[in-house]
Design a protein around this ligand. Sequence first.
Ligand code: HEM
Length: 157
Amino acid sequence: MSLSKYLVYATILSTFVLIVWGAYLTAGNWGGDCGTTNGGSLVSSDWPYCNGSLAIPNPAVSYGSLVEYIHRTLSVVVSVFLLAATVAVWRMKPRPVPVARAMLLTLLMLVVQIGLGDVVVNSDLNAIVTAVHLANATALFAVMVIGGVYMHIHEKR
Ligand code: HEM
């Protein structure tokens, strides 16, 4: 099995974990726990920091901050895997064009997704923005899986 295939599969798996973790974050109502609140509403998201720092939050002080911090950290892990997978697939000879296109499109959608994450935390977790964040996450995962299926077919030839 080629390194590119491992990278594409690792990207899909880590994105799956990130999406499930995002649902956990929402369900626990911890989405604003890295920011500063006043009277229940979020006045500053502190993004890209968590409570003004990049250090791992202490769960004994705020478990929610740790859950939110892990969500952001997982998005960095996914970004690194996706970037490496996209470069590796584009360098393959012969290049599996459908996989390369799917990875490139996913990369663009990931940039939008991270931007949307910023808007989510800065909009005091606005319901519509959060739904758009979920919609884009689902769409980018679908494109990634299509790329993974094409990769599987390409490697079997
Ligand atoms: C690849 C990147 C990302 C993916 C795939 C992703 C995916 C998700 C998903 C699926 C949810 C759950 C939505 C729901 O159940 O309604 C979620 C929630 C959330 N995400 Fe992300 N996310 C990403 C990056 C980010 C980033 C970078 C931030 C912060 C700047 C962020 C902030 C949030 C917040 C605050 C919530 C909770 C919203 C709430 O409680 O209403 N996300 N994310």
